[in-house]
Design a protein around this ligand. Structure first.
Ligand code: BGC
Length: 529
């Protein structure tokens, strides 16, 4: 154990095998009744995450923002938005986490600022401004057209005209999020300084946002029409391959620079949000040199249908392609995607938890999934997020009251269904989804084979069954689940103890010979020697 008492230190970094809990701060817990979650609210709910048993929290952005992209458009990298509290509150949260053996990660958004950031305000003041080259400007093409055919990730051209100077500025996301120019060393220095500001305060690392967009072609070449069979991750809605504006080779130097900053401090981690196919992810993990991201999200499970063959393939690909210096990093839900309880259906959430929390790798949970939270089916009132992601960002449901224990005021987004799903009731019910999450995380922590053991698929199973074996020190555990719509069975060569099960009544029993599983039923079995 290390000095936090929660992390084994057999020479492997704390984040390998860890479970990280993502909090969307606006929606977690409101301490002052303004209807918006805040840092003091998180401090007040830390017992929940401790009971859940996770290793670390990751907070989506807490910085001042005019909210064009809900915090991913930042006006000050070294401050806390007033609705979330203050830097002193963040310090208190760091201390409260560390006192409980939890790590705390922040979101770093290095590729673009807010249009209202003083750097951009200065840059836009004119071509001779000292900060002009902190962003990416270019003259129109003939006829006033944008400088290239690049598209914003949110649709529409990636260029917006600045009428005052007659030049366009580049934005990989909304026009209110101008892209920083990472070819300018001053930008790197400023961002590194922001990292150090938080690392000095004890923050344990960052999830690094949208990093593939950090560097673009310096010759501003047009993207080519995409060829057949290319990955959907790399193609614009206009049908052009994102060749010159995403994942340029120089991005790896940007990441190495960030890694060097993190390495100035002990035990800090960076998790890359790269959004690239698994085949390309190793390049962002530094291959075997281990000099880029220590971890990078594998998002395939966010886009894989609830089918055994599809999931097996995604998991095997990740196993095969992740460098040995690290481990895969999985999530089933986050603040950008339809929650998996909605994608897969609520009947599937127990089995999804069993699979996710027994996989080899670092696991990221999205707050609310531990109670089986779904997307809000019909949100009334004004939309907040222009990209339509309100439904997965509704407030955490702490109890069955109409405001779910989230706030005493008017919640910034309506709650989805606190009467149906909430922490208070599920926490007291040993058969609940929440109790299953707690048991699975505790098992993952205490059984080396689950925490960091090897993994291989069990391939002799009927098509609708997904199975994989984790092993370490002679101990072997089999995760097996039925993703089909009818009963399915498999055969065991000897008696196996049921360590965890989607149906809690099966836990503590043992199985042997032909084992039948109902639809969406799963077992974690300790296999005989
Ligand atoms: C974040 C999104 C955000 C985008 C632009 C992402 O990957 O997760 O919420 O809209 O980056 O910053």
């Amino acid at each position: 154990m290390d000095d936090t008492g929660r992390v084994s230190s057999n020479g492997t970094p704390w984040w390998r095998g860890a479970v990280i809990y993502q909090i969307y701060p606006r929606s977690f817990a409101d301490s002052n009744g303004d209807g918006i979650g805040d840092l003091r609210g998180i401090i007040g709910r830390l017992d929940h995450v401790v009971d859940l048993g996770v290793d670390a929290l990751w907070l989506s952005p807490i910085y001042p923002s005019p909210l064009h992209d809900f915090g991913y458009d930042i006006t000050d990298y070294t401050d806390v938005a007033p609705e979330f509290g203050s830097v002193a509150d963040l310090d208190a949260l760091v201390d409260a986490c560390h006192a409980r053996g939890l790590r705390l990660l922040l979101d770093l958004v290095p590729c673009h600022t807010s249009i209202d950031h003083p750097w951009f305000v200065e840059a836009r003041s004119g071509p001779r401004s000292a900060k002009r080259d902190w962003y990416i400007w270019a003259d129109p093409r003939p006829g006033g057209r944008p400088p290239t055919n690049w598209m914003s990730a949110f649709g529409g051209p990636a260029w917006t005209l600045d009428p005052a100077s007659g030049q366009y500025y580049l934005h990989s996301f909304y026009p209110e999020q101008p892209d920083l120019n990472w070819r300018n060393p001053a930008v790197a220095e400023a961002m590194h300084a922001a990292m150090r500001f938080w690392l000095d305060r004890g923050v344990d690392g960052f999830r690094v946002d949208a990093i593939a967009h950090a560097i673009k072609d310096d010759r501003l070449r047009d993207n080519p029409v995409a060829g057949a069979g290319r990955s959907v991750f790399g193609v614009d809605p206009s049908g052009h391959e994102r060749l010159w504006n995403v994942e340029r080779p120089e991005v790896h130097d940007v990441i190495r620079g960030m890694r060097r900053v993190a390495a100035e401090y002990p035990d800090r981690v960076l998790i890359g949000e790269v959004y690239t196919p698994t085949e390309l992810l190793a390049g962002f993990l530094g291959h075997d040199r281990d000099d880029e991201f220590p971890l990078a999200f594998n998002f395939e499970l966010l886009h894989t249908p609830w089918r055994a063959d599809a999931l097996r393939l995604a998991i095997e690909r990740s196993e095969a392609l992740t460098p040995t210096t690290t481990n895969p990093t999985y999530a089933l839900s986050n603040h950008d995607q339809v929650r998996h309880a909605t994608r897969f259906g609520t009947d599937a959430v127990r089995l999804a938890a069993l699979v996710l929390l027994t996989l080899r790798g670092t696991i990221t949970l999205y707050a609310g999934e531990e109670i089986g939270q779904t997307d809000a089916p019909a949100l009334t009132g004004p939309a907040h997020d222009r990209a339509g992601r309100d439904a997965q960002r509704t407030p955490m449901q702490w109890d069955a009251t109409p405001r779910g224990g989230f706030t005493t005021g008017q919640p910034w987004l309506p709650l989805t269904d606190p009467q149906r799903r909430n922490v208070a009731e599920q926490g007291a019910d040993p058969t609940s989804v929440l109790s299953l999450y707690r048991r699975l995380i505790a098992l993952r922590r205490s059984i080396p084979a689950l925490h960091h053991g090897e993994q291989r698929s069990r391939l002799d199973l009927p098509g609708e069954l997904l199975g994989f074996i984790r092993s370490a020190d002679g101990e072997r555990l089999l995760t097996v689940g039925n993703l089909g719509a009818t009963f399915a069975s498999f055969t065991l060569g000897g008696p196996a103890a049921v360590v965890a099960a989607t149906d809690p009544r099966r836990e503590g029993t043992s199985v042997d010979g032909a084992v039948a599983l109902a639809p969406n039923e799963g077992l974690l079995l300790r296999l005989p020697d």
